[in-house]
Ligand binder design. Structure first.
Ligand code: 5AD
Ligand code: SF4
Length: 452
């Protein structure tokens, strides 16, 4: 599709709008690094100030496509005034919708998927040269990481993608279609990226993947390494104080990984292990590959090695065919496990998924009522998890000034937010804090002075 010619002005500024998961956050950071290296683009906080606007989208739940189109409508008004502006739509909606985006919004210059964003500088060059619209949504082997600039530490907590994609095909989920099959990066590349981050400001590293514990990458010895082997290797890196990972699948929780929670001192006692439902019928219908007893056994094994492990999970209410009894089984599972936090969602049919073909037969009012019940139960559980910390002295990685004057904010190793009276000089340090008070979602404490 060609466009009218006019001389392109120089590109100076970039705005990225990110939706969705931590991996999208990571991808947006890498896009910004790459566009800085290629074009010297500087990130700006408002789309009106940008020469290039990129949307990094998410299609996991309902209305995501509509959200993208309505945001694009706002960008169109900016582009009408400044036709040289470049607009790109990336991420999972880009992957899913492909050329349909430019059919509906012809002012969009680039559509790209999660596996092709490393080609952005090249695509921008082509657009400026040939004035064409481009769609790049193929899924090449994991070549992307070979083309990205070297990772830079962006703070004390940094993320590293170790694998992408998903082969599990849960019936409700678009991820296997938008992110593609499970592909793991080589161990040496991951260790190198972590080492670079640790040479900067990083103290804590979060290993990312749609199914991190399905990691199977080539080791430096030429053998295939699993996730637990990788964890032990990352933990050995100099300067690493804390290590965590997300997201894990129950079917990939090996005994070795449970043992690692007791053995690796840097591994934070926090695990996000989504179960989605507590009903055996629904777990089966979702193709999760395990029943509730299997999940309970994993939790028991984990707690055997790490008694203070904080757990979180994702839950879906109103999956097709979910009865009151199924939902009760979910409440029962939550009571038996005891979570620190949970992310609870109403089921929404997604295009192209097997469940999307069945009738979405749980009425909206029922979904709403179940969601409220989950929220109520989870509020109680979060509160009691917070209260159990009161009186303890915990290590806090100080991340920033808190909103209240004179207060600092950081996280415990089990990922709870703590506020305390402190000093901005403490940012980037791990300090002992005695917890004095628990709130609904966070803690308050006071610094323990170590007598220097
Ligand atoms: N409807 C509702 N929630 C969903 N999730 C994924 N797909 C859907 C859907 N179609 C939730 C799951 C998953 C989390 C990232 O999003 O709970 O773990
Ligand atoms: Fe989606 Fe299931 Fe894969 Fe998670 S494991 S990304 S829910 S298909």
């Amino acid at each position: 599709m060609s466009k009218q010619a006019n001389t392109p002005k120089s590109l100076d500024t970039l705005f990225i709008k990110t939706y969705g998961c931590q991996m999208n956050e990571y991808d947006s950071t890498r896009m910004a690094d790459m566009m800085k290296e290629a074009y010297g683009l500087r990130l700006v906080a408002a789309p009106a100030d940008a020469d290039v606007i990129l949307m990094n989208t998410c299609s996991i739940r309902e209305k995501s496509e509509e959200k993208v189109y309505s945001e694009l409508g706002r960008y169109k008004k900016l582009k009408d005034k400044r036709p040289d502006m470049i607009i790109g739509v990336g991420g999972c909606v880009g992957q899913q919708e492909g050329e349909r985006i430019q059919q509906r919004a012809p002012y969009v210059d680039i559509v790209f998927g999660p596996q092709t964003y490393h080609r952005l500088p090249e695509m921008v060059k082509e657009i400026r040269r040939d004035r064409v619209c481009l769609t790049e949504v193929d899924m090449p082997e994991i070549e992307k990481f070979d083309h990205l600039p070297k990772a830079k530490s962006h703070g004390f907590v940094d993320c590293v993608t170790i694998m992408e994609g998903c082969d599990k095909f849960c019936t409700f989920c678009v991820v296997p279609y938008t992110r593609g099959p499970e592909l793991s990066r080589p161990v040496a590349d991951i260790l190198e990226e972590c080492t670079q981050l640790l040479a900067g400001d990083a103290l804590e590293i979060s290993l990312l993947g749609q199914n991190v514990n399905a990691y199977r990458g080539i080791g430096p010895d030429g053998d295939e390494w699993d996730f637990t082997m990788l964890l032990y290797a990352v933990a050995e890196l100099e300067g690493l104080k804390r290590l965590r990972f997300s997201t894990s699948h129950p079917m990939e929780m090996t005994s070795e990984l449970c043992v690692a929670f007791g053995e690796i001192p840097q591994l934070m006692p926090y695990l996000h292990l989504p179960v989605q439902s507590g009903s055996d019928q629904i777990l089966k219908a979702m193709h999760r590959g395990h029943d509730r007893e299997h999940y309970f056994r994993i939790i028991d094994e984990l707690r055997q090695h790490c008694p203070d492990l904080a757990l979180s999970s994702d839950f879906i209410v109103g999956y097709p065919g979910e009865t009151d009894a199924d939902f009760e089984a979910t409440l029962d599972l939550i009571r038996r496990v005891g979570y620190d936090t949970a992310y609870c969602f109403k089921y929404s049919p997604r295009p192209g998924t097997p469940a999307g073909k069945s009738a979405d037969d749980v009425p909206t009012e029922v979904k709403d009522a179940r969601l409220q019940q989950l929220f109520t139960l989870m509020r109680e559980q979060t509160r009691s998890a917070m209260e159990s910390s009161v009186g303890k002295t915990v290590d806090v990685l100080v991340e920033k000034n808190s909103r209240d004057e004179g207060d600092m904010q950081g996280r415990t190793s089990d990922f709870k937010i703590v506020h305390f009276k402190g000093n901005p000089r403490q940012i980037g340090q791990i300090m002992p804090v005695r917890i004095t008070e628990a709130y609904g979602q966070s803690l308050r404490g006071e610094l323990v002075l170590t007598g220097e």
